[in-house]
Design a protein around this ligand. Structure first.
Ligand code: GLC
Length: 447
């Protein structure tokens, strides 16, 4: 497919998924299954609009993310992972309102990649407009999500990483399932039938949400002290995920750059030093030198998660967070057929892991947004080090990603291994339009 045909297809995809929501506009991830606005999806969509030349839509997409920002209470500043939208989705809307106990938004967040997007597609006027809400969001992360004070942020729910069924959560999932409880949400039929998901893991996610909501309610009502609430949230899940540190690191770096441009020198300096502290903590606590890989932790007391997933490759996009020697060792796993060198990389789980399934939701399948971060990260490593092997790896991942999109369309995710390419989930999935940038990179920097 040539570049102009690819651009036209992506333009049509995003036009089809555009939503006008009472004065705001955004792009839904897909019709039917995903009618609302999702935080990290919109950060990808904004970039895609920008590459297609629609700067105004790119800016509106990002503005719309702030319409349900938490304004009061201990979580002031948080951006919701979902901002609900009622139109044309009434049954699902009613279920989602019941699930979140709010007609507006969810009570968890998603990867903090919004400042990077604002920096990349914005201009001084958008930066100024969003500066205070962006500061509030990053301050919220720093204030509320580092309960151990170790400069590593934690996720309270598996949906916060955006990788809903990742086996990194299996320890927490198994513990929840062992209680034998049935989540209330499943009684109401909250099921997404489009992708290959395991029902018991879906149940585990809803149980995790119920327990989290009970802790949040306890803190809000004063029944639990903030410290007790934190301890319980850590015990429930408390996931210290490598890519979330990387997202926050690069978000803070983007904030510092925006701050420089706006003459907000003191805040820019503060964010730079927070980012540097995260980089030190990641290096001290998450790097596993024996394996040459970053390993996550979960729970209280924190335990190491042994399963090897895509997450460290996503972290490569966060510039200096990953020292080049570490990046070299990480990239070796991309060349290992028992690990991540599948037919259509990057599998979300290493092939040798018992959890690996080339077709399953976040448990071995391939996702375009993951690949986009990794390709950008590897290309940046090649620039930093002059080592062409990084570029070779990036080229393989980008080219195979396009093979998937060309064979299976704009799917939510794809098969990572086997004889024939395949896609899963909705076939009008907006962020698979990131393939546009992969195609551009293949023609330029990776050529
Ligand atoms: C699924 C994905 C998540 C995404 C959402 C909307 O829940 O796992 O990453 O943000 O769908 O597309």
């Amino acid at each position: 497919m040539d570049t102009s045909e690819r651009s036209e297809r992506v333009r049509a995809l995003l036009a089809h998924n555009r939503v006008d929501a009472g004065g705001s506009r955004y792009t839904r991830p897909a019709a039917g299954t995903y009618p609302h606005q999702w935080l990290w999806d919109s950060c990808f969509h904004a970039r895609i609009h920008f590459w297609l030349g629609d700067r105004a839509m790119a800016h509106d997409e990002l503005r719309a993310l702030f319409r349900a920002q938490e304004m009061d209470g201990p979580d002031a500043g948080r951006l919701p992972h979902m901002t609900l939208h009622a139109e044309g989705a009434s049954e699902q809307y009613a279920r989602d309102v019941a699930l979140w106990g709010s007609p507006r938004a969810s009570s968890i967040t998603q990867p903090p990649i919004v400042a990077d997007a604002v920096l990349e597609v914005g201009d001084p006027s958008l930066w100024r407009e969003l500066w205070s809400p962006l500061c509030a969001y990053h301050d919220w992360w720093l204030r509320r999500r580092d309960p151990r004070g170790e400069k590593l942020v934690v996720c309270h729910h598996v949906w916060e990483t955006g990788a809903d069924a990742t086996p990194r959560a299996d320890g927490a999932f198994q513990r929840l399932l062992a209680t034998g409880r049935t989540p209330r949400a499943l009684d109401k039929g909250t099921v997404n039938p489009t992708a290959r998901k395991r029902p018991e893991l879906l149940a585990a996610r809803f149980l995790m949400l119920e327990d989290l909501q009970a802790i949040d309610d306890g803190e809000r009502s004063g029944a639990l002290s903030p410290a007790d609430a934190d301890r319980r949230r850590l015990a429930l899940y408390g996931h210290v995920a490598i890519e979330m540190q990387a997202f926050l690191y690069s978000g803070l770096d983007a904030m510092a750059r925006i701050g420089d441009a706006l003459g907000e020198a003191a805040t820019a300096t503060r964010y730079r030093s927070e980012a540097a502290a995260i980089a030190r903590a990641v290096d001290d606590r998450l790097w596993d030198d024996e394996r040459g890989f970053y390993l996550d932790r979960w729970g209280e007391p924190a335990r190491t998660i042994e399963v090897m997933t895509y997450a460290p490759f996503v972290a490569l996009h966060a510039g200096e967070l990953v020292p080049i020697e570490r990046a070299r060792r990480l990239a070796l796993h991309l060349e290992d057929p028992d690990a991540f060198a599948t037919r259509w990389p990057i599998p979300t789980v290493a092939r040798r892991d018992p959890a690996f399934d080339a077709d399953e939701y976040w448990r071995g399948s391939t996702w375009l947004n993951v690949n986009w971060f990794a390709v950008r990260g590897l290309a940046a490593c090649a620039r930093r080090s002059g080592d062409a092997r990084f570029r070779d790896r990036a080229r393989v991942i980008a080219a195979r990603s396009l093979e998937l999109v060309d064979a299976a369309g704009f799917r939510e995710y794809y098969r990572s291994d086997g004889d024939h390419p395949a896609g899963f989930g909705p076939d009008d999935f907006s962020w698979s339009g990131l393939s546009l940038d992969l195609a551009r990179l293949l023609e330029t920097e990776l050529a």
